[in-house]
Write a protein that binds this ligand. Structure first.
Ligand SMILES: [Zn+2]
Length: 125
């Protein structure tokens, strides 16, 4: 099963996502697990940690996750198992988790960036 979707990402610690993320996923059943593979691409905006200039950068993530579709629901409503609610697969939840986990620890504009630390592409306005 293939999923192609646009998912809005909630802002996180000063990092804003003005446009929805582009999500492309392939879902497979594998040994009773739900295997999710694909890519998620988002454009993030934040202020440079040094000069507070607004920085825009791309977040590209390769998703490679496995979920237990029979996992105990209701155990932790905010846990990772919540992405799979029975047979319903929550693309928005997964995209949010994957994108947030891939965000850089600090945001720097092109003048202050240390390119060895950040693999994300920078665009200056
Ligand atoms: Zn700066």
């Amino acid at each position: 099963m293939e999923i192609e979707d646009e998912v809005p990402i909630e802002s996180f610690e000063g990092i804003i996502f003005e446009r929805p993320a582009q999500v492309r996923l392939v879902l497979k059943s594998l040994d009773g697990w739900l295997e999710v593979r694909g890519t998620i691409a988002a454009q993030a905006q934040a202020e440079c940690d040094v000069c507070l200039e607004r920085v825009e950068f791309d977040v590209h993530v390769n998703a490679d996750e496995r979920f237990d579709p029979h996992g105990d629901r209701g155990a932790d409503p905010f846990g990772e198992g919540n992405v799979v609610a029975g047979t319903r697969f929550d693309v928005a939840d997964l995209a949010q988790q994957v994108v947030l986990s891939a965000l850089p620890m600090g945001v720097r504009c092109p003048r202050h960036v240390d390119s060895r630390l950040l693999g994300t592409e920078k665009k200056e306005r």
